[in-house]
Design a binder for this molecule. Structure first.
Ligand SMILES: *[C@@H]1O[C@H](CO)[C@@H](O)[C@H](O)[C@H]1NC(C)=O
Ligand SMILES: *[C@@H]1O[C@H](CO)[C@@H](O)[C@H](O)[C@H]1NC(C)=O
Ligand SMILES: *[C@@H]1O[C@H](CO)[C@@H](O)[C@H](O)[C@H]1NC(C)=O
Length: 424
């Protein structure tokens, strides 16, 4: 994927300092693990006790705190820590899952820590993340259709879910809902999942100056990309009318100057078929696109459709951006203070767009009936979990995620969200 930046050189020295912190890491991973086990057994004991006693609703409000469902409903799943568990259960799928794009298949390409990645378990501060039971999921979401709509990072998440479900039910029919890039129905359950590719959500295409002139031509524009802020891209325009659950993302391509070069091939925004004059900065364009797309989806989707927007997936380029020799060679997650160093808006580093995009998102979704799935905080810690040089690419991939890997946990969060925040 295209990226470009000039602000990376100062990162190189910082990275060195960061690397030195890193080694003391594994020593204290045992303590949180023990407390996790301890918590887990208390929860288990509580739930067994409860099943044997009085039904839920007849208990007084004073017992509210001992109800694990209530604890999950109010839990902020996104705020927590990664805990190393050397005895983690086996991966939920393996490198033979056909949907895994070669560049993301870190086990097959022998990335040194590929099998370590899934030994890190996400532990929200306020609760335990319920573990994802694919069979229960298939049963609960029988006759349901789920659409992933967005860029390749949403495809990464889609593939993770596909491989997880495929492992427990073999009967799958390839099926492509209108406009989608790929889709599958798990026949025994009539559960469909589909991926709709769209980089900006809005429709866009090449634009070049007309020899007869025009408003843009008179401002000196010659080449660029026309982005229709009020028109959804055809790949997903129909999706809100037929999926039961929609999960959106956009972000990376808004900060991709190697495609949308501000000078050579800028984004030129159109509304109602006419250029917006004076031309908008991409930041403003993003706000307008988000606003229009939220309205579009709310109008098109059925009232029962669950609408989710996933927050931005962080990149972890260090020592330069993707095309400046930047890489992501860490073998363990970052410490919280290292995360701040890399991502804080104040530091304005190579990967700062993760939090910038989120600012735009939160603003656009305020007052809408979209749920926000915050995967940014948990993912910022996982500098170890990108393909990096695996798969023999020309540039390191510090943008997508190894599979199996972090996007499996995104799906855990997604499903916990569906089960405890949406349906209750
Ligand atoms: C962040 O860095 C970029 C590239 O060096 C620069 O163009 C931009 O103005 C900076 N932003 C802030 C808020 O300092
Ligand atoms: C990974 O290692 C295996 C076993 O050593 C080898 O057969 C395979 O060719 C390697 N794959 C890559 C992409 O290097
Ligand atoms: C299968 O699921 C879809 C929703 O994805 C639903 O519209 C359809 O009626 C279901 N088919 C059957 C046979 O239940």
């Amino acid at each position: 994927m295209p990226w470009n930046s000039t602000r990376a050189s100062s990162m190189a020295t910082k990275d060195h300092r960061l690397l030195h912190h890193q080694n003391s890491k594994r020593n204290f991973s045992l303590f949180p693990l023990l407390s996790l086990l301890c918590f887990a057994s208390i929860f288990l004991a509580l739930s067994l006790f409860r099943k044997a006693s009085i039904p839920l609703h007849s208990r007084g409000i004073s017992r509210f705190r001992s109800d694990p469902n209530a604890a999950l409903q109010s839990c902020d799943f996104s705020d927590g820590t990664w805990i190393y568990d050397p005895d983690a259960p086996p991966q939920r799928y393996d490198s033979t899952c056909k949907e895994i794009f070669k560049g993301w298949n870190c086990i097959a390409s022998n990335k040194s820590n590929a099998r370590e990645l899934i030994k890190w378990k996400w532990k929200p501060k306020q609760c335990d993340l319920p573990s994802f039971d694919p069979v229960r999921f298939l049963e609960k979401y029988r006759d349901t259709s789920i659409g992933f709509i967005g860029d390749s990072l949403n495809r990464n998440m889609f593939v993770s879910l596909f491989c997880t479900l495929k492992r427990v039910t073999g009967e799958v029919k390839k099926w492509r809902p209108v406009g989608s890039d790929r889709g599958f129905t798990f026949l025994h359950y009539n559960l469909t999942i589909a991926y709709h590719r769209t980089n900006l959500l809005a429709r866009y295409g090449r634009w070049s100056a007309n020899s007869n002139g025009g408003e843009l031509e008179s401002l000196g524009y010659k080449e660029g990309f026309r982005v229709d802020i009020d028109v959804p891209e055809g790949t997903w325009a129909e999706a809100p009318s037929f999926h039961d659950i929609l999960i959106f993302n956009t972000g990376h391509w808004w900060w991709a100057p190697s495609k949308f070069d501000p000078l050579k091939s800028p984004m030129i925004f159109f509304e109602n078929g006419h250029p917006v004059i004076p031309p908008l900065h991409p930041h403003v364009g993003l706000d307008k696109v988000l606003k229009h797309m939220v309205i579009y989806v709310e109008k098109r989707a059925r009232p029962s459709t669950v609408k989710i927007f996933r927050t931005q997936s962080p990149r972890h380029f260090e020592g330069g951006d993707w095309d400046q020799g930047g890489s992501c060679q860490r073998l363990q997650p970052l410490l919280p203070e290292q995360v701040e160093e890399l991502f804080s808006l104040k530091n304005n580093g190579t990967n700062v767009e993760a939090r910038v995009v989120n600012q735009h998102l939160y603003k656009a979704l305020e007052g809408s009936n979209f749920h926000i799935l915050d995967i940014t905080r948990m993912s910022e810690l996982r500098a170890d979990a990108h393909p990096s040089a695996a798969g023999g690419k020309k540039h390191d991939d510090c943008l997508h995620w190894c599979l199996p890997g972090v996007t499996d946990t995104w799906n855990d969060l997604f499903i916990a969200h569906l089960n405890f925040k949406v349906r209750n």
